[in-house]
Design a protein around this ligand. Structure first.
Ligand code: SF4
Ligand code: MSK
Length: 662
């Protein structure tokens, strides 16, 4: 019997602030492990958030440190009472800060996408042999969508042309990016009129960083234009390339039953978690854990096998593609290690908390960084190379097996396991609705027009310790489906909903009558999971298709659709929000929003953009209010399309609710 090792307290001197974890999460496994961490003397992001009061000036984005005459702090309560040392107004300061958020978010996604494209090039050139083109149908459809001929051509010839064309997504200095061809013509017209059709993302990011430098662009409206252009270079550019190349190389997801939650850890197996965003190492790991030589190594130390799980977006991607179980979303990453059952955690890029090194050390988990862009002080770096993709996974497995053989931490695995259907790619939705020989979104549009489906909502994004974990996601989505709004999801949000059981077809009973009928007829849950953060591009493809099918207007901004990221935390989310808004969709965020209400910049984002033919931003921290903000918007669009009267019954609006409450 292994001797229990008492974890070393992270906060030795300063006692972590006493918090009631029931106020912090609705995820019962996360709650159980947070309590365990407390008993073990560990801090976590919830306790650190309670200790770290956000700077109110910073939260309102009313400060600037873009030069060394500052930093300058304005007064958010009286925003036009002061200017920075250089004379910058609140509108300039907040718009520049927002621009830098967009730039960072766009850089993260486009660098990820470019990494995928680099791998694709090496596969096409025959320099990488372990990865192959697995989905030729997808390769051809992507090629055709941007004007590359495919008929009677060799797959590799098409692939070479596709690589050359898609490289422009990043490097092109003039002209429109290739996937602009996928944008509905009237939406593209609005972008052209505004001068925001993106060039290559490198160009856009360079320009936005230049323009937000001290003393350059000092007109918030002009800055917001470049925010839109840069963000669109992400959504219709870098992220879309990441999704499409992943599908071509690893297969386009189709629905599969898969498990979510910490209960999928197995005490008698070597548990390995991959956390981050890029699918390459995870794909190699899926092969490596099934390699008989590695399985034998695990059995030789008494384990029954190797149990691979995902976390965050890496996990969301393989959940839909391979049905690999998912251990939890962003707020559960520290708690999952506290189970003591994780023998190794490998991470790549984005959303990797630095604290994980210390938490892993406390519970004896072997912790590895794998990407040259993302080392963490104190972590063992085992670099992943696409040209020798099994080297890093084999090393990680070997060290996980060793840790299994020497487990000393007490193992406490929560029992909860949630099952659901995952992997609804844009292509599968097309097939599911129309059948193999008449793939089409026509039935979706028809059910929106006849009112069975009121509209479509994309609920996406992170979890954040500043709000109750999972709560906003789940309550918002429940309210939306109850009101016949079909919900699509990506990222950590989809894990929140999977844990709440809403990705099971029988969750249709929670939907309104019309949506329930459609779900039961097609055999789908009322909440469809589409994958990781970059897979928000699948949502863009879906709305473009809805416009193309017809009957719901001629641009994306005509559609009865809305978006939300109720618990967001990352700059990527700001960039996603901006490209969704610039594409024409009303988008509501929770937690906090980096503007001061009553300023011209705030008014532009929350009203003015809609007047120019785009979508607009909204904000609320009440999930029910958020739901009715989205529903009211959907109803407004239905009315403009002249399809309101086709609704079968009147549903509760936000005004009705206020009246009822009043
Ligand atoms: Fe202050 Fe202007 Fe410098 Fe910003 S750019 S820190 S507002 S002086
Ligand atoms: S992982 S960006 S916490 S969704 Fe994409 Fe989750 Fe947000 Fe990271």
């Amino acid at each position: 019997m292994a001797e229990e090792k008492k974890p070393v307290a992270i906060v030795e001197e300063k006692k972590a602030k006493k918090v009631d974890y029931r106020d912090m999460t609705t995820c019962e496994t996360t709650l159980q492990m947070l309590r365990k961490m407390e008993a073990d003397g560990q801090d976590n992001c919830f306790t650190r958030a309670a200790e770290m009061k956000p700077c109110p000036i910073g939260a309102d984005s009313a400060c600037c440190k873009h030069c060394f005459m500052g930093p300058c702090r304005l007064n958010a309560k009286d925003p036009y009472s002061k200017v920075g040392v250089c004379g910058a107004t609140i509108d300039t300061i907040a718009a520049r800060n927002f621009a830098r958020n967009v730039a960072a978010g766009c850089a993260a996604h486009t660098d990820h996408g470019m990494g995928m494209l680099d791998t694709f090039r090496e596969v096409v050139n025959g320099k990488i042999e372990h990865f192959k083109i697995q989905d030729e149908k997808k390769l051809k459809s992507v090629a055709e969508s941007i004007g590359i001929a495919t008929e009677d051509r060799e797959v590799m010839d098409i692939a070479k042309d596709l690589y050359a064309e898609l490289e422009r997504t990043y490097t092109q200095v003039e002209g429109e990016i290739p996937f602009a061809k996928r944008v509905p013509p009237k939406t593209l017209e609005t972008w052209r009129k505004e001068g925001i059709v993106p060039r290559g993302s490198m160009r856009e990011i360079m320009e936005i960083m230049h323009r937000s430098h001290m003393g350059v662009d000092q007109d918030y409206e002009n800055i917001v234009k470049q925010c839109s252009r840069t963000a669109l270079a992400d959504g219709w550019g870098g992220s879309m390339v990441a999704t499409e190349i992943s599908d071509i190389l690893f297969g386009t997801p189709s629905p599969k039953v898969a498990g979510v939650n910490m209960g999928f850890l197995k005490e008698d197996q070597v548990n390995i978690i991959i956390h981050g965003h890029e699918p390459l190492m995870f794909e190699a790991m899926v092969v490596a854990v099934n390699d008989p030589a590695n399985v034998e190594k695990a059995k030789a130390v008494g384990a029954k096998g190797i149990n691979l799980l995902g976390m965050c977006c890496s996990g969301a991607e393989v959940l839909g593609r391979h049905g690999i179980p998912h251990a939890g979303n962003f707020m559960s990453v520290e708690p999952v290690i506290a189970t003591g059952a994780v023998d190794a955690m490998g991470v790549d890029v984005q959303c990797i908390m630095q604290s994980l090194v210390r938490v892993a050390d406390c519970y004896g988990t072997k912790f590895f960084t794998t990407n040259p862009r993302a080392h963490i002080e104190g972590a063992v770096h085992v670099e992943f190379h696409e040209h020798a993709p099994f080297d890093a996974p084999n090393q990680i497995i070997a060290m996980a097996v060793e840790r299994y053989s020497k487990r000393t931490a007490k193992i406490v695995i929560p029992s909860r396991k949630d099952w659901g259907v995952h992997g609804f790619s844009h292509e599968y939705v097309n097939y599911m609705l129309g059948g193999e020989y008449r793939e089409s979104y026509t039935p979706l549009n028809a059910n929106i027009i006849n009112g069975k489906i009121r509209g479509v909502a994309a609920v996406v994004g992170c979890t954040n310790p500043r709000v109750k974990h999972d709560y906003l996601h789940v309550e918002l989505v429940k309210e939306l489906i109850k009101n016949n709004v079909l919900v699509v999801q990506t990222g950590c949000s989809q894990i929140s909903l999977a844990k709440a059981g809403l990705m099971r077809p029988d969750a249709a009973v929670l939907a309104g009558e019309g949506l329930q009928e459609v779900c039961e007829t097609v055999g789908i849950p009322p909440v469809l999971s589409l994958g990781s953060c970059v897979d928000n591009s699948r949502i863009l493809m879906a709305v473009a298709e809805m416009v193309k099918i017809g009957g719901l207007g001629d641009k994306i901004s005509d559609l009865p659709v809305a978006g939300a990221a109720p618990e967001y935390m990352s700059e990527k989310a700001i960039c996603i929000g901006q490209y969704v808004v610039a594409s024409g969709i009303y988008t509501v965020f929770g937690v906090t929003f980096p503007t001061v209400e009553g300023t011209k910049f705030h008014d532009l984002l929350f009203n003015g953009l809609e007047e120019k033919g785009f979508g607009k931003w909204g904000f609320s921290n009440d999930p029910i209010e958020m739901a009715y903000m989205m529903i009211d918007h959907i109803d407004k669009k239905r009315a403009a399309l002249g399809i309101s009267e086709k609704r079968e019954r009147k549903l509760f609006s936000m005004d009705d609710r206020r009246t009822a409450e009043g």
